[in-house]
Every structure is written in structure tokens, then in C-alpha cells.
Design a protein around this ligand. Structure first.
Ligand code: SF4
Length: 202
């Protein structure tokens, strides 16, 4: 948690001076259960609303069902299968004893994937089909798909889903990443995702 530390120092002429120093955010080896639940709750809600929005937006047609189910499969697979196989084995939480990362997926990864190389962790953001791009695609795809559907086939329910998805996206970027997850992450100095959020200096 953030806070302030007080200390006493000496000035050049020997006088005591009270220094107020800003403390760094605590780094977790085990995130609190509440963080894990918020992270996964928001993620699963985003994917489910996205799938429902696509199916509803395209009029419950065969194409809508196909796109919606494909989206649901893609979003869950990239998150709970591709990530533990490709990203987590290189993450600090994989090797840390008794650790629990913010998504809890390090526990899945330890069961299904071999330990990787921490120096390869930044690869999560390199290349067109890197996991970061898949992750972003899963978050943005339903928003992009629902906007034209809303124009063609307006309903307040669809509008509500679109606004909820945008709200979840903003909550992820400005609260989950910036305050709940990356701020307290042991991997934030190696992880390319932590740089734009500015959490390395906090
Ligand atoms: S810094 Fe953020 S994105 Fe990177 S591993 Fe940690 S929690 Fe995940």
C-alpha cells in the first residue's frame, strides 16, 4: 500500500531536518483473493457480455451465433490456455515459491507448462500474433463488432452492452492495471505492459 515515511536527516550545518519520503507501493508475492476475484470477474464478464452482444447484435442469425461463439472460444482460450502456455512460464510468479499472481493463472501454468526463461518475458509484446495483441483483440473485438450492429439493428439492450463493455475496458486500464494488478506486481520491472501505466515509479 502507498504511504509516507518520515525520517530525520542532518543539513550541511548540522541542523536536524525532518524528511518526508513517499513510500513505494507494496510488491505482492501473493495477491489478496479480492484482487484475483476482481481481475477474473471483470475478465469473464467482459467476454460473456461480448459474446452475448455479438449474438444479439446480429439478430440471433446463424452468422451472429457463429461469430458470438467463435469470439467466446477465442477469448477464453487466449486467456486461460494460451497465456499459461506462452506468457506465464517466463514470469517471475512461475518460479516464486507459494506465489499467486493477480489473475491466479500462474497456478494453471505451473500444472500444464514447463518453466521458461525470465529473459524472454518481454516477448509477450513482440510480433503481430504475440499474446498481448491476442489479449487486446479479445477486449476490443466485441466493441468493434457491436458498433455497426447497433447502427443496423438498434436496441437499448445492445446499447447497454456496448456501454458496459466500454466501462469494463476503462475500469481494466485505469483501475485494475494501474491500481490493483501492475502496481503491486513483482514482474513490473521486466513486463512491457507496466511501462505505459507508470507503475514502475510508484
Ligand atoms: S506488470 Fe501487470 S501485466 Fe505485467 S505481469 Fe504484472 S500484472 Fe501482469
Amino acid at each position: 500500500m502507498r504511504g509516507y515515511r518520515n525520517g530525520v536527516g542532518l543539513t550541511t550545518n548540522g541542523e536536524e531536518q525532518v524528511m518526508v519520503e513517499e513510500a513505494k507501493a507494496e510488491i505482492y508475492t501473493r495477491y489478496p483473493l479480492s484482487s484475483v476475484l476482481i481481475y477474473n470477474g471483470v475478465t469473464i464478464l467482459h467476454f460473456l457480455l461480448g459474446g452475448i452482444g455479438i449474438i444479439h447484435g446480429y439478430g440471433f442469425s446463424w452468422a451472429g451465433y457463429l461469430l458470438g461463439y467463435l469470439y467466446l472460444a477465442f477469448s477464453f482460450v487466449q486467456m486461460y490456455l494460451i497465456m499459461p502456455f506462452t506468457v506465464c512460464p517466463n514470469c517471475a510468479y512461475y518460479t516464486m515459491k507459494d506465489s499467486l499472481c493477480t489473475s491466479g493463472i500462474n497456478l494453471i501454468s505451473k500444472k500444464i507448462a514447463r518453466e521458461g526463461d525470465p529473459r524472454a518475458f518481454p516477448k509477450r509484446a513482440q510480433g503481430l500474433f504475440c499474446h498481448n495483441n491476442l489479449y487486446m483483440a479479445a477486449l476490443f473485438a466485441p466493441i468493434i463488432a457491436i458498433i455497426p450492429a447497433l447502427i443496423l439493428n438498434f436496441s437499448f439492450f445492445l446499447l447497454f452492452i456496448l456501454l458496459a463493455l466500454i466501462g469494463l475496458l476503462l475500469f481494466r486500464f485505469f483501475v485494475i492495471f494501474a491500481r490493483i494488478a501492475c502496481l503491486h506486481c513483482s514482474a513490473k520491472y521486466e513486463c512491457p505492459n507496466a511501462e505505459p501505466t507508470g507503475v514502475r515509479n510508484m
